[in-house]
Design a binder for this molecule. Structure first.
Ligand code: ZN
Length: 254
């Protein structure tokens, strides 16, 4: 089994999971690059996994189904495309392995993630990005805290496959809120080198995110101090810091 991205739009990745001649795709916002890849490599579409309802994750589903009528798995909020609705806490036995469904509603109310333990892979959509997290379009900071702690309970060597290449801009914010974190400096150098060669910065790992992602570090004394200075009021560690970080990042221009 191999996992690789097909880039689409400005900074989206459609993660592809290939088993023999069959290709499963996660969040196909656009069908054409997937159809092109299938054709070029003589592969057949195996199935589609959706994490949430946004158009840049679902826009290609109908055209892919017109090409081949495959199963589409997704949460309730994707019911206009999903042929099988799946809920957090359930498991799916798929040709690509058993997938555990994690409920991570925050970016959207019903957002889910797919954890394939045999590949140590988490397809987390727009919940967690490398060095950042998704905006709270529909959920609350409490929802975000729950979603992140759910992801953070997975093994440290879990590979995370988010849908956007936002790593460098996220790292600029991470460095702003934790200026003395050397792991952020080193990782930024590595990501710059990857991007200079037009390679993705992803997947990342949970172990690395625990070192560099401010949204997984809302108890760090430095971050708590920085958000307190920014908000001009004392902010407590944990949820209050997480909420303040998200609000600050929403308006941050690195
Ligand atoms: Zn989204």
């Amino acid at each position: 089994m191999t996992i690789f991205p097909i880039a689409c739009f400005l900074d989206n990745y459609i993660w592809c999971i290939q088993v023999e001649n069959s290709l499963w795709v996660v969040d196909p916002g656009d069908a054409s690059p997937v159809l092109e890849y299938l054709h070029q490599h003589s592969l057949s579409l195996g199935g589609i996994l959706l994490t949430h309802h946004h158009a840049d994750h679902t826009g290609g589903v109908n055209a892919l189904l017109a090409h081949k009528n495959v199963a589409v798995y997704g949460p309730e909020e994707t019911n206009q495309w999903a042929t099988t609705l799946v809920a957090g806490g359930s498991t799916l036995d798929l040709p690509i392995g058993q997938a555990q469904i994690l409920f991570v509603g925050a970016h959207t109310r019903g957002h889910i993630a797919y954890y394939i333990a045999s590949a140590k892979a988490l397809f987390c959509g727009d919940t967690l990005f490398s060095a950042g997290c998704g905006r709270l379009f529909e959920g609350t900071p409490e929802d975000l805290e729950l979603a992140l702690s759910c992801i953070n309970s997975l093994p440290a060597d879990t590979k995370l496959y988010p849908t956007h290449e936002y790593t460098l801009s996220n790292l600029a914010f991470a460095k702003r809120v934790e200026p003395d974190n050397n792991a952020i400096v080193e990782y930024t150098q590595w990501v710059h080198a990857q991007r200079d060669q037009e390679k993705p910065s992803l997947p990342t790992t949970l172990a690395l995110e625990r070192q560099v992602n401010p949204f997984l570090r809302a108890t760090s004394a430095t971050i708590v101090q920085q958000v307190s200075e920014h908000a001009k009021r004392p902010i407590s560690a944990g949820l209050d810091t997480l909420a303040s970080l998200r609000a600050w990042k929403d308006n941050f221009r690195g």
